[in-house]
Ligand binder design. Structure first.
Ligand SMILES: *[C@@H]1O[C@H](CO)[C@@H](O)[C@H](O)[C@H]1NC(C)=O
Ligand SMILES: *[C@@H]1O[C@H](CO)[C@@H](O)[C@H](O)[C@H]1NC(C)=O
Ligand SMILES: *[C@@H]1O[C@H](CO)[C@@H](O)[C@H](O)[C@H]1NC(C)=O
Ligand SMILES: *[C@@H]1O[C@H](CO)[C@@H](O)[C@H](O)[C@H]1NC(C)=O
Ligand SMILES: *[C@@H]1O[C@H](CO)[C@@H](O)[C@H](O)[C@H]1NC(C)=O
Ligand SMILES: *[C@@H]1O[C@H](CO)[C@@H](O)[C@H](O)[C@H]1NC(C)=O
Ligand SMILES: *[C@@H]1O[C@H](CO)[C@@H](O)[C@H](O)[C@H]1NC(C)=O
Ligand SMILES: *[C@@H]1O[C@H](CO)[C@@H](O)[C@H](O)[C@H]1NC(C)=O
Length: 640
C-alpha cells in the first residue's frame, strides 16, 4: 500500500509537473551545450534560457532525466530559428531521446555530424524546415529511432535503403520533399505509419510496403503494380452437399465441421447454420425460434415442444438478419481470429449480409448450464455491449452469432499495421465505452454476472463509433485453461487460478490492463529487444518506479498536444484497477465515473508542459503545438 501511494505520488510529480528533477547534480555540460547552440543560431523569438536559472525546471522546451543529470528531450517548435545547426552544439546532448525542431527555418544538409552523436535518439521531428540535399546513406547511429518525420523540407536524391535497418521504426514521414528514384524495399516490421506523398518517386511500390494504403504514395509517379489480389472466393460447395434437401439430411454437425483449409485465411462453410429472420417477431420474449431436428427450422415458439434435445438454433429478439439455409450454404467464411476458446469467422452471405460466427471449442459445461447462460447473455441490450443474435447448440458444435464489426477489434485497431496509430480521442472513447459495457454486465443477474474475458480482442467499435464489449460470460462454460496459457494472456488477475472462476474484481483487473494497453500501445505480453516476454503490468510498474514515467506512453500519442494530464489520469485509474489484491481495486461503477471525468477534469485548454515552462518568463512564447495539429480538431474528432 505504501508502495502504491509512492507510485501515484511519483506519477503525479513526474507527469503533472513534468519538470520534476532533483536540485542537486543538475547537468552542467548539457546546459552549456544548449547555450552554445542558441548563441550560434539566429532566432527570432526570445527563449527564457537564462544562464542562472535551472535548465531542468524552467527552460522552455527542455526535459531532463528524472534525476536532472541529463537533458533527454528538446522541443523547440516554431521558435524562429534559421540557418544550419551549428557544429559541436546539439551533438553534445548525448543522452537526448526526443528532438523536435519543427516549423523553423533550419537549412543546410541533414545534420549528420551533430545527430550521429545522439545514439539514444528515439524520436526526431525536423518537419517543415528548409533542409536540403541528400539523406544520409548510413543510419547505423540511430538504430533506436522509432519516429522519423522529415516532411516538408527540400531533401532530394533517393530514399536510402539503410533506413531498412531502423528496426524499431514505427513512423516514417518523408512527405513533401523532392526525393526521387525508386522506393527501396524496407523490411520494417514495426512500421505502422508511412507517408511518402508529394515527392518525385518513381517505379513500383516494393513488396514490403504494399501493405500500406495507396495514399501513402500519392503525389509520386509510382506504379501500383502487383496490387493485392482480393482473397480468392471459394464457392462453398462441400463435397457431396448440394444446397438442397439433401443437405438437410446430412447431420448438422458433420457439415459444421467442414473447413476448407489451405489458403492464407482458410474458409469455412457453415453449412447447417440455419438462420431465419426474426425481426418479424418483435414483442416475443427473447427466445423465439428453434429448429426441429431433421427438419430445418420451425418458426414458432410453440414448435419447440416436439423437439428432441439435440440441435437447436435459438434467436434473440431484435435479430435483423434475413437469410436461410441456402444463403448460408453459399456463404464464404474467413477466419477473423483464433482465441483460447473459439475461432471466429466472418461469414459473408450473397445478399451482402455479414455476420460474425464464433465456433466454441472446449465447452465444458453441461448443455443445460450452457443454454441458461446463453439466455442471460442473449437478453442483454446496451449500446456498449455486442448483442448475441443467435446461438446454435448441438452435442458437438456450439456456435454464437454476433453482428460483424467492420472496423475490427480494439486489438487490431491498436496493434494492426493496416492503419495509423489510434488517436487519443478514440482511445479515450474506447476506455469509456468498455467501462460502461462491463459495468452493465456486472449489473445483470442480480448484480452477479461476470464478464470473465475482458481483453482488447473482445472489444469492438461499430460503424456508429459505439464501443461494444463482446464474449460475455463464456469463461465459466469452458474447460479450464492450463496455467501457462493463462499467464501468457496477460490480462488475468494474479489471484485467479482457475480460468472458469473469474470475478468482477478480476474483470476490473483485466480492464486495467486494457487501459495500460491503450496508454502504452503495447500488448499485454510483449517482447522487448531481447526475446524475453514482458508482462505489461510489471513493465509499467518498473518504469514508473524508476522514475522515467513518461516513457510509459505510446510514442504515437506524443504528437497530440495538451493530453498529458488526461494520460496521467488514465494511468492512475489503470494502476488502481491492476492493484494486486482484489479488495484494493475499485468497482466498475466507480471506474466508469473516473474515466468519464478524465475529459471534464481536463478541459481542452489544459496547458502542455511546454506552455508552462515557456510562460514562466517569456510573453512572446510561440505556439508549442506541432504544426498542423489544431487542438480543436483533434479534440472534436469522433471515434471512427
Ligand atoms: C558557439 O559555439 C561554440 C562551440 O561550438 C562556443 O564555443 C561559442 O561560445 C558559441 N558562441 C556563442 C555566441 O555562444
Ligand atoms: C542511453 O540509454 C541507456 C538506457 O536508457 C542509458 O543506460 C545510457 O546511459 C544512455 N546513453 C547515454 C549516452 O546517455
Ligand atoms: C540504443 O539505445 C541503447 C540504450 O537504450 C544504447 O545502449 C545503444 O547504444 C543505442 N543504439 C545505438 C545504435 O546507438
Ligand atoms: C506527415 O507530415 C505532414 C506535415 O509535415 C503532415 O501533414 C502529414 O499528415 C504527415 N503524415 C502523416 C501520415 O501523419
Ligand atoms: C539536390 O539539390 C541540389 C541543390 O539543392 C543539387 O545540386 C543536386 O544536384 C540535387 N541532387 C539530386 C540528386 O537531384
Ligand atoms: C505538401 O505539398 C502539397 C503540394 O505541394 C501542399 O498542398 C501541402 O499543403 C503540403 N503539405 C504540407 C503539410 O506542407
Ligand atoms: C520533381 O518533379 C517536378 C514536376 O515533375 C519538377 O518540377 C521538379 O523539378 C522535380 N524535382 C526534382 C528535385 O527532381
Ligand atoms: C509529422 O509532422 C506533422 C507536423 O508537421 C504532423 O502533422 C504529422 O502528424 C507528423 N507525422 C507523423 C507521421 O508523425
Amino acid at each position: 500500500m505504501a508502495s502504491r501511494r509512492f507510485l501515484i505520488l511519483t506519477v503525479v510529480l513526474l507527469l503533472l509537473e513534468s519538470l520534476a528533477s532533483g536540485t542537486g547534480g543538475e547537468t552542467v555540460e548539457d546546459k552549456q551545450a544548449l547555450l552554445d547552440f542558441i548563441g550560434n543560431v539566429s532566432i527570432s523569438r526570445q527563449l527564457n534560457w537564462n544562464k542562472d536559472s535551472s535548465v531542468c525546471q524552467s527552460w522552455f522546451g527542455v526535459t531532463c532525466s528524472g534525476d536532472g543529470s541529463r537533458v533527454v528531450a528538446l522541443r523547440l517548435p516554431a521558435v524562429g530559428i534559421s540557418g544550419p545547426i551549428p557544429p559541436n552544439t546539439l551533438g553534445r546532448l548525448s543522452a537526448i531521446q526526443v528532438l523536435s525542431l519543427v516549423r523553423n527555418s533550419l537549412s543546410g544538409q541533414f545534420p549528420v555530424g551533430e545527430l550521429s552523436k545522439l545514439r539514444n535518439l528515439t524520436t526526431l521531428y525536423l518537419q517543415n524546415n528548409r533542409f536540403s540535399g541528400p539523406l544520409p546513406q548510413d543510419w547505423s547511429a540511430w538504430r533506436n529511432l522509432t519516429v522519423l518525420n522529415l516532411s516538408g523540407n527540400n531533401f532530394n536524391g533517393s530514399i536510402p535503403s539503410a533506413i531498412s535497418s531502423l528496426s524499431y521504426l514505427t513512423t516514417l514521414n518523408l512527405s513533401n520533399n523532392s526525393l526521387s528514384g525508386r522506393i527501396p524495399e524496407m523490411y520494417l516490421s514495426n512500421l505502422v505509419l508511412l507517408d511518402l506523398t508529394n515527392n518525385n518517386l518513381t517505379g513500383p511500390i516494393p513488396l514490403s510496403l504494399q501493405k500500406f494504403p495507396s495514399w501513402a504514395f500519392s503525389g509520386n509517379e509510382v506504379s501500383f503494380l502487383g496490387e493485392k489480389a482480393s482473397p480468392p472466393y471459394l464457392p462453398a460447395n462441400p463435397p457431396n452437399a448440394e444446397p438442397s434437401k439433401e443437405a438437410k439430411k446430412l447431420t448438422q454437425s458433420a457439415l459444421l465441421g467442414i473447413i476448407l483449409g489451405g489458403s492464407a485465411f482458410g474458409f469455412l462453410v457453415i453449412a447447417s447454420l440455419m438462420i431465419l429472420c426474426c425481426s418479424k417477431r418483435k414483442g416475443n420474449d427473447g427466445i423465439s425460434l428453434k429448429s426441429r431436428k431433421n427438419e430445418g427450422i420451425a418458426r414458432k415458439n410453440g414448435d419447440s415442444e416436439n423437439q428432441g434435445s439435440n440441435d437447436r438454433i435459438v434467436f434473440f429478439q431484435g435479430c435483423k438478419y434475413v437469410f436461410d439455409l441456402e444463403d448460408l450454404l453459399r456463404a464464404s467464411a474467413e477466419v477473423l481470429g483464433k482465441g483460447t476458446y473459439a475461432t471466429t469467422y466472418k461469414a459473408a452471405l450473397e445478399d451482402a449480409t455479414t455476420v460474425a460466427v464464433k465456433r466454441l471449442r472446449e465447452v465444458g459445461a453441461a448443455r443445460r448450464v450452457f443454454e441458461q447462460q446463453m439466455e442471460v447473455v442473449g437478453y442483454m441490450r446496451h449500446e456498449n455491449v455486442a448483442a448475441l443474435r443467435a446461438y446454435y447448440c448441438s452435442k458437438d458444435e456450439k456456435l454464437l452469432v454476433y453482428d460483424f464489426y467492420e472496423d475490427g477489434s480494439v486489438s487490431s485497431l491498436l496493434h494492426g499495421t493496416r492503419r495509423g496509430p489510434l488517436d487519443w480521442d478514440t482511445r479515450l472513447t474506447i476506455a469509456i465505452g468498455a467501462a460502461k459495457g462491463i459495468t452493465y454486465v456486472h449489473e445483470q443477474n442480480g448484480g452477479r454476472l461476470v464478464h470473465g474475458n475482458v481483453k482488447a480482442s473482445n472489444i469492438f467499435v461499430d460503424s456508429q463509433g459505439h464501443v461494444r464489449v463482446s464474449d460475455i460470460a463464456l469463461a465459466p462454460l469452458m474447460n479450464q485453461v492450463p496455467p501457462p496459457v493463462m499467464r501468457m494472456v496477460g490480462y488475468r488477475a494474479p489471484e485467479i487460478t482457475d480460468s472458469r472462476k473469474p470475478t468482477q474484481a478480476s474483470d476490473v483487473y483485466s480492464y486495467g490492463v486494457l487501459l495500460l494497453e491503450l496508454l502504452t500501445g503495447k500488448s499485454p505480453v510483449h517482447s522487448s529487444s531481447g526475446d524475453e516476454a514482458i508482462h505489461l503490468v510489471r513493465w509499467v510498474h518498473s518504469v514508473v518506479r524508476e522514475e522515467w514515467t513518461a516513457e510509459v506512453f505510446d510514442l504515437a500519442l506524443l504528437r497530440y498536444p495538451n493530453i498529458e494530464e488526461e494520460m496521467v489520469e488514465m494511468l492512475q485509474i489503470a494502476m488502481a484497477c491492476v492493484a494486486r489484491t482484489p479488495e484494493e481495486r475499485p468497482r466498475m461503477s466507480e471506474v466508469v465515473r473516473r474515466v468519464e471525468d478524465i475529459r471534464q477534469a481536463n478541459p481542452g485548454s489544459g496547458p502542455s508542459p511546454e506552455i508552462k515552462s515557456g510562460r514562466s518568463t517569456t510573453t512572446g512564447t510561440p505556439s508549442p503545438l506541432p504544426p498542423g495539429v489544431d487542438p480543436t480538431t483533434t479534440r472534436g474528432a469522433a471515434a471512427k
